[in-house]
Design a protein around this ligand. Structure first.
Ligand code: PMP
Length: 370
């Protein structure tokens, strides 16, 4: 099956929305978009023309991200966060009430949420005990799915999938369905991106975001990297102006050399903090992480009852962590995102307190196999 045949019948019939700014028209008098011709002088310092609609796919931003990701500009689609990329993929390639996506739990919740909200089925092929996809089980479901979502590095476990495994899944999906590799946390990983596989696999899609390593979750800027057929199909479903001008301006600045250097330095610091928290937890509380984390968080597994009381204990101290359940019965995980050094010291203090309060109960997770 070609990529074009994979899109829904509804998407196939669509023509991309031609907004006033998406046309190739040039001119200096813009009377074609019902904008206000006046710009409030209070925001002139930003040199942003907020009275005008922004470019739908801003060329400067697309070029800057293409350079960063080492792909061509026509392999890039900018979206309102990677979340919009997920939603658009499902909308463009899955027919409601008919098609399904495949997820490998435990994984990022938005794949299923987006599918459910669009009345698309969700086939779950859980990861194995080392948090790796089970190829044979995926293969058995491939004919029943339009999109396989792989998250690497994975949220909420932090685990990564070796590139060879990703490639073998791409091979079994070739001509049958898309394989989406969500690389929201790729900057924190020592493993290279799957981006070099794009040339070989027309059915590969990579999701990226400025929300994590770039420290820009507030601007809602994500990217889809894929072959042009896929990008063109998704353009038929995207909203006319997915990003506001302030987000575009900030994102462009974030892809310049000085900001990139800051981003890389902050990734280094966050990874060091992760190492140091992990060592402290091992030495002080004998806690072993769920698995090696290639992200900006670490997950620890406990009996559900312990995880619940730890979660609420920290919440009482005004400290929020995330609790989730893996497939293992009566076990739950606590996922800790790295904060500032000060926040990490506070966390250690509260964890020591929790441990001291509960030392007559099983709060050690030393028995967990990782
Ligand atoms: N993918 C993964 C794996 C994530 O963890 C997240 C954010 N939690 C996203 C995508 C969404 O990112 P964005 O903020 O760009 O929508």
């Amino acid at each position: 099956m070609t990529i074009k045949q994979l899109q829904t019948a509804t998407t196939a019939k669509l023509k991309p929305y031609q907004s006033a700014r998406s046309t190739d028209l040039t001119g200096s008098v813009w009377l074609n978009a019902n904008e206000n011709p006046y710009l409030n002088p209070a925001i002139k310092g930003l040199e942003i023309h907020a009275n005008r609609y922004p470019q739908p796919q801003p060329e400067v931003l697309i070029q800057a991200y293409a350079d960063y990701a080492t792909v061509a500009p026509n392999n890039v689609l900018v979206t309102r966060g990677a979340d919009e990329g997920i939603e658009l993929l499902i909308r463009s390639f899955c027919e409601p009430s008919q098609d399904s996506i495949l997820i490998t739990s435990p994984t990022y919740g938005m794949y299923a949420v987006s599918a459910n909200s669009q009345n698309v089925g969700v086939i779950d092929v859980p990861l194995d005990q080392d948090f790796q996809p089970i190829k044979d089980d995926i293969s058995a479901q491939i004919a029943a799915t339009k999109i396989v979502f792989l998250c690497c590095p994975n949220n909420p476990t932090g685990s990564r999938i070796p590139l060879e495994t990703i490639e073998s899944i791409l091979q079994l999906a070739q001509g049958k369905c898309l394989v989406v590799v969500d690389e929201a946390y790729i900057e924190f990983s020592a493993q290279p991106s799957a981006v070099n596989l794009l040339e070989k696999y027309p059915n590969l899609v990579i999701l990226r975001t400025l929300s994590k390593a770039f420290g820009l979750a507030g601007i809602r800027c994500g990217f889809v990297l894929a072959n042009t057929d896929i990008i063109q199909i998704m353009k038929k479903q995207i909203a006319p102006y997915p990003l506001c001008c302030f987000a575009i301006d900030t994102a462009i600045q974030a892809l310049q050399t000085p900001y990139l250097a800051w981003m890389k330095e902050s990734v280094k610091q966050i990874n060091q903090q992760k190492q140091s928290l992990q060592s402290w937890l091992k030495e002080t509380l004998s806690w072993t992480p769920l698995c090696t984390s290639d992200t900006n968080f670490i997950a620890y597994q406990f009996d559900t009852e312990v995880a619940d009381s730890l979660f609420f204990f920290l919440a009482e101290q005004d400290m929020l962590v995330r609790k989730f359940d893996t497939v293992q019965p009566s076990q739950s995980e606590i996922r800790i995102t790295m904060g500032t050094p000060q926040e990490m010291s506070q966390l250690k203090k509260y964890l020591s307190l929790f441990f001291a309060k509960n030392d007559n109960r099983t709060v050690s997770n030393a028995g967990v196999t990782v």
